[in-house]
Design a protein around this ligand. Structure first.
Ligand code: ADP
Ligand code: MG
Length: 384
């Protein structure tokens, strides 16, 4: 990958793919984390005197114009963060855009409209990529969260412009690679969330690298079902029980399961004593203490997926215990996944982590050991 740091951008039109897929409420950005991570690249380009054209998607408009998914509020929020006006154009290709682009001065920033208003974007359409490329000299990908998608603004575009990586993308790749290559031991992974099926690839790949994988969330019950325990009405995946059995066999020593759970009645019980009529909604206090101890002593920790139904404060203690232990850990701490990141942001702990990934799906696919299409395109680096 060539870095934006090496790119000669002075006076040039630089097309930057960003991942501004932010939550909006009443026409306002309610969480600007995905804007903040783009600031280093945008500021660097401004300092170097580039003319900056930002492109992004927002939500799932499925190839048509959806008024609520326009990027105008994002331009406003970004202006505030940059302390510099961010211009906005309500389309992303065509002659109006071209005219607007030609009016830019060195250091100016223009945000184009939601790429996914065009169905061609998600189809990795070359014609569409060529239209995006038409008004630029250089392409920079700073949208790690979309790199697991072969979309026109991520992959096809690299066939038409010299491509470089942005600073936040580089940071993501550096941090996640360090987990796969020579991590310091003890290396602990904590996996939670709703489904085993979402995370199976990561568990399989990480089993080869970690000292222990601590399991929480609803997925623990798929494992307990595989062990023949009574799990009552707890959520589990019936079609993944066989797979859980295979994993438990393979990871005999390093898959660690909770020893107690918090039930829907808020009572904590041993995992051997889950009543038929009850559902487990969080890891119990004894498990929390064991997990916290293991995490605090680790040299490398990766976490994905909440330990319980943390949206309800009665079942949020397991997730909070993991977040706090990681915040105290002196080793490398990395968290990925939409809900786990939301949990640490809510607890105001994100600055205590070595790295908070912006890419839920992308970080998981990366840790599965897959080569992401967006990263591959940057590595192949066809044009000069
Ligand atoms: P992430 O976005 O961090 O990857 P997931 O999307 O996989 O995490 O899972 C998050 C969801 O899992 C949350 O909505 C949470 O309520 C749910 N969840 C976690 N544990 C349980 C449980 N024991 N029972 C039911 N739902 C759970
Ligand atoms: Mg999620």
């Amino acid at each position: 990958m060539r870095s934006v740091k090496e790119a000669d951008v002075r006076g040039k039109y630089v097309l930057v793919r960003v991942g501004f897929d932010v939550p909006l409420k009443n026409g306002k950005v309610v969480d600007d984390k995905r804007l903040r991570v783009s600031l280093p690249t945008i500021s660097l380009l401004r300092k170097k005197g580039a003319k900056i054209i930002l492109i992004s998607h927002l939500g799932r408009p499925d190839g048509k114009v959806v008024e609520e998914l326009r990027l105008a509020p994002v331009a406003k929020a970004l202006s505030k963060l940059l302390k510099y006006p961010v211009l906005y154009e309500p389309d992303c290709i065509g002659s109006d855009v071209e005219e607007r682009v030609r009016e830019l001065h060195d250091g100016d920033v223009l945000l184009l409209e939601n790429l996914r208003f065009y169905p061609e974007e998600e189809k990795d359409d070359k014609g569409f990529a060529q239209k995006l490329a038409a008004f630029a000299d250089i392409y920079i990908n700073d949208a790690f969260s979309v790199c697991h998608r072969a979309h026109a603004s991520i992959r096809a575009i690299t066939e038409f412009l010299p491509a470089y990586s942005g600073l936040s993308l580089e940071q993501e790749v550096k941090m996640l690679s360090s987990l796969l290559r020579n991590p310091k031991h003890p290396f602990i992974a904590i996996m939670g969330g709703a489904k085993v099926s979402d995370k199976i690839g990561v568990i399989e790949n990480l089993l080869k690298k970690v000292d222990s994988i601590l399991i929480g969330g609803a997925m623990m019950f798929t494992f307990y079902k595989a062990l023949g325990y009574e799990i009552g009405k707890s959520k589990f995946e019936s079609n993944k029980v066989a797979l859980a059995k295979v994993l438990l066999k393979r990871g005999k020593k390093n898959i660690i399961l909770p020893i107690d759970v918090v039930l829907n009645s808020k009572k904590a019980v041993s995992v051997h004593k889950i009543p038929k009529s009850a559902a487990g909604l969080d890891i119990g206090p004894e498990t929390q203490a064991i997990y916290a101890e293991l995490i605090r002593e680790a040299k490398t920790v990766f976490w994905n997926g909440p330990m319980g139904m943390f949206e309800n404060k009665n079942f949020a203690k397991g997730t909070a215990a993991v977040a706090k232990a990681m915040a105290k850990c002196k080793g490398i701490t990395v968290v990925g996944g939409g809900d786990s990141v939301a949990a640490i942001e809510k607890a105001k702990l994100s600055d205590k982590f070595t790295h908070v990934s912006t890419g839920g799906g992308a970080s998981l696919e990366f840790l599965e050991g897959k080569e992401l299409p967006g990263i591959k395109a940057l590595n192949e680096n066809i044009l000069n």
